[in-house]
Design a protein around this ligand. Structure first.
Ligand SMILES: [Zn+2]
Length: 331
């Protein structure tokens, strides 16, 4: 991926520091999800390795740029969690790598996300921060930097990335050929990289299908089995994630008497017309819990049966509709 437009300014800052001989050896790259912290770290590496770097970044033509591009630059190491944790063995591996002599110039070592380190790992990393090997840049990528040991934080310079302005984000998404950029960016809470990932994995289609089935089931124009078949082709996790966000939006609407987001408004209207609105909070809450349980199963590595799980969830949704109707009869 080329340098993201909103990363230009922070990269220029690093470039200037390097020109002045003031580039620190350890950086904490923090910022919200979707700001592209890891992508930025890779750009920093590419720029540092490049034989002809400018403040616009790496040249993209030299041998170092090429080696990095194809993933075989010998001075690059990225540590990512194994089973959600960065363990002390991994950090030791990083330290060993840091002690080797550099193959081509400078080394770049990245930990992402740094808050995945357990205490032993963090303590091991402190050593290398206290005695940094020459020509080595260490980048700690973090979304929750407050969770890092204060001693780690204090030994790093901080560089905070933020999300781009909506206009810039939309322009960039359209340049990537994303249709529905506006809608996707809203779904991704303004994070363009997340919006791009959603576009790439059919998220919108999955969400539209989910919403349409829930509405048709309330209208009683479809069976749970038919609804499940319509959604089966999409990633199960994506579908249930969306179902959970629907539940949450509806619950918030019913509890705080707010209007739900526009995309849920038709479903919300139909739900309220389905029966006794007073019973809605309880029923929605119970449904949300069923969906949460299903989500856990969908996340487990042993492939869940998507069709059966969707059938069960849509069946529960039909029962919610029936309970609403029955409750209305007693009022
Ligand atoms: Zn280059």
């Amino acid at each position: 991926m080329a340098l993201l437009p909103w990363h230009q300014e922070p990269l220029t800052r690093l470039h200037q520091l390097r020109e002045q001989g003031r580039l620190s050896h350890a950086w904490l790259i923090d910022g919200p999800a979707g700001a592209g912290k890891l992508a930025f770290s890779k750009e920093v590496a590419r720029w540092l390795f490049c034989a002809a770097p400018t403040q616009q970044g790496a040249c993209g033509r030299c041998q170092d740029c090429h080696l990095f591009e194809v993933g075989s630059h010998p001075d690059w190491l990225l540590l990512e969690p194994e089973k959600k944790l960065l363990k002390v063995d991994q950090v030791r591996e990083l330290i060993d790598f840091a002690q080797l002599s550099n193959q081509r110039g400078s080394k770049v070592l990245v930990l992402a996300p740094a808050e995945a380190m357990n205490l032993n790992a963090a303590n091991a990393l402190l050593k290398i921060l206290e005695e940094p090997p020459p020509d080595t840049l260490l980048l700690l990528v973090s979304q929750h930097s407050a969770q890092l040991l204060p001693t780690l934080r204090s030994r790093c310079q901080r560089l905070s990335l933020s999300l781009p302005e909506p206009d810039a984000a939309l322009r960039w998404l359209r340049e990537q050929g994303v249709k529905d950029a506006e809608k996707l960016l809203a779904h991704a809470q303004g994070a363009p990289l997340k919006a791009l990932a959603m576009a790439e994995d059919d998220t919108l289609a999955a969400q539209d299908a989910m919403l349409a089935q829930l509405d048709a089931l309330l209208a009683n124009s479809l069976t749970a089995v038919q609804a499940a078949k319509a959604c089966e082709k999409f990633p199960l996790q994506t579908s249930i994630e969306y179902l959970l966000s629907i539940c949450q939006a509806l619950l918030r609407a019913v509890q705080a008497e707010l209007t739900p987001p526009a995309e849920f408004a038709p479903l919300w209207e139909r739900l309220r017309q389905s029966g006794a609105a007073a019973t809605l909070p309880l029923l929605l809450h119970a449904y949300q819990q069923q969906a949460q349980a299903a989500y856990k199963v969908a996340q487990a590595p042993n492939n869940a049966n998507a069709l059966l799980m969707l059938e069960a969830l849509f069946g529960d949704w039909v029962r919610l509709r029936e309970r609403l109707r029955r409750a209305a009869r007693f009022l």
